[in-house]
Every structure is written in C-alpha cells, then in structure tokens.
Design a binder for this molecule. Sequence first.
Ligand code: F6P
Length: 366
Amino acid sequence: KKKIAVMTSGGDAPGMNPAVRAVVRAGIYYGCDVFAVYEGYEGLVKGGDLLKKVEWADVRSYLSLGGTHIGTARCKEFRERSGRLEAAYNMVINGIDALVVCGGDGSLTGADLFRSEWPSLIEELVSTGRLSSKQVAPYKHLTIVGLVGSIDNDMSCTDVTIGAFSALERITEMVDYIGATAASHSRAFVVEVMGRHCGWLALMAGLATGADFIFIPERPPSAQNWKQELKDVCSRHRAYGRRKTTVIVAEGAIDDELNPITSEEVKNVLVELGLDTRITILGHVQRGGTAVAFDRRLATMQGVEAVRAVLEMTPNTPSPMIGVLKNKIVKYPLVDAVKQTKAVATAIDNKEFDKAMGLRDTSFYD
Ligand code: F6P
C-alpha cells in the first residue's frame, strides 16, 4: 500500500485545511495510507507523534477552518543536511516515500532539495548503521508534489496561489470599512497590505476598492517625482468632489531606484497636501479567517490532482507543482516555477521592471 504524507509549511494561508482534507480523502479513495506531518518540516525532523496516520473522519470540518490545523513552522533544522537526514529516517521507518507539501516558494524549494538529496541521505543512514539495506530497499526515490499555499500570490507559472483570494476579500472588506469613516471625516487613509515582494494583493485591492493611488514593487514610481505625482492625482480626485482619499501601499513597495516607500512617507505627502491622514496596517487579519469559496474549491481540486500526480510519477518524473493556468488545474515542473519566481526578484534588483511583470506570469497582470 502506497503511503503518502501531507504537510503545510511557511506562513499559513486560508485554504490550507481544504488542501490537506483533499489530499487525505483522495489518498484514501485511491487506496493509499495517508499521514499528516504536524508543525511543518519540524514534524518530519522530529517524527514520533508529529507524523501520524490520518483517517477520513480526521479532516471533517476542514473546509471551513482558517489557518492550518496540522500546524506550520519556519524550521531551521530542515535547512541543514543533518535535519533532512532525520527527516529521511523518520519517513523510511514509517514506510513513507511520497510527500505533498503545501507552502510558498521557500518551502517548495526545500522540498525539492530534499528529493534530490534523498539517495545520498538513504546511503548515509545505511552506512552509519541506523537502517539496514533491506529496510531501505523499497524507498530508493522520494516523490514530492507541491501545492502553492500563500496569500501573496507570488509564485510564477501559476495564475493564483491558495489563499490569495481569501486575503484579497478580507482586504477589500476592510478598505470598504475604512472608506466609510474616511468619507465621514473627509480624511485620507494609507492602507498597508501584505504580499512580501509581490504587489498582487495591493493591486487587486486597489482595483476592487477604487483606490486613488497604489504602490507595488513591480511597477515602481519615479524616485524623483512620485511625491508630486501622488499629490497631483489625489488633489485632482478631491477636485472632482471625492470626500476620501485611499492609498494602498504594498509592504514591499519601492521606487525606481529601489528605495523602499513606506506608509509613513506616503502619509507625510498627503499631510503636506493638507489632508487629515491616518495609516492602517492591516497585518495578520489578512491571513487569518476562513477561506473564500474560490480557495476551497481550488485547494480541493489541486489536492486531488496532487494525489493523482504521486500515483502517476516514475523516478524520472521531475517533481511537479500543481498550479492553475487559465482556469485549468495543471502540473508544472517545480524547479522551473521556483527558478522563474527567483528571476522576478533578480529582474527587480536589476531595475528591469517590465521583465519582472512578465515573469510573474499570471494572467492578472496582462
Ligand atoms: O508570506 C505570507 C506573509 O503573510 C507575507 O505577506 C508577510 O510578509 C509575511 O508572511 C509575514 O510573516 P510572519 O507571519 O512571519 O510575520
């Protein structure tokens, strides 16, 4: 019987629970034993109670639960080979050689590194006498399948990551709330949103709420005159009779000379315009809470596809990332997706902003 483990890693994202549920239930449906790894990679490194077989009923209610019920962690040990050696040991003694990881690009890169090192880790476990050749014989290869769970929507080669639409919905709701009080007092608000180095949440929230101005890292304004441009746009909108000013700032916002643009700086510009201005940093409220229907469905379909991918893979198949392109669930080589995601950061560092936009490769930016 094939044994598959499922885990969540990195920052939690709404939809991770539905993804775990789908992997568990699809795995059981296809005749596998499914294990949950608790606390992200820490569960693999420590094993024991953190690596447990789960049944159909164990994931009951997961569709409507926010966060990740099996836990997540940013695990230092797994970044070292010694940690990955323990992880390999714990997997083999439980008879597991397939792992579905739901996380961001860092977590998925770690998973692929683990896969490429697997033969040498197994060899070391045998040569140091911790496992016998007979014990490791059935576990020559590790199968990894990635599900992209992150509110940031910062992974290339997939249109959207699990959790991004839930966070966007929450931001939109919050900006609407802020809009009511802003218009009452005729105030300006600078709303800072998450996204790390990706501006998707800020851009989409700006479109959804009709913001006056949006700052995102992929389309940085001129270092020389963004302040004047911001003043011009906001005063023009006020002249039309608008009673509020809303500026959305991505937490990774920069200018075209790569200097960070902070919410405080933006506020100061609005104050210079004579606007009574407040800053709201939305923070982790964007990440918590339940997943919207889109994310529940996406996670469910991708979780099922992940199990199918595990069962179809041969030792020579490159690890797939399950993505969604033009509304179709697709398998994409994980290493290529990670490479393209890293190329976005490099393009931004080289001030090649159009290239960065193209490399994000999501239909939302077209
Ligand atoms: O990657 C998801 C994310 O929420 C980012 O948007 C944000 O920059 C970061 O995680 C916050 O991390 P932490 O929860 O560790 O503060």
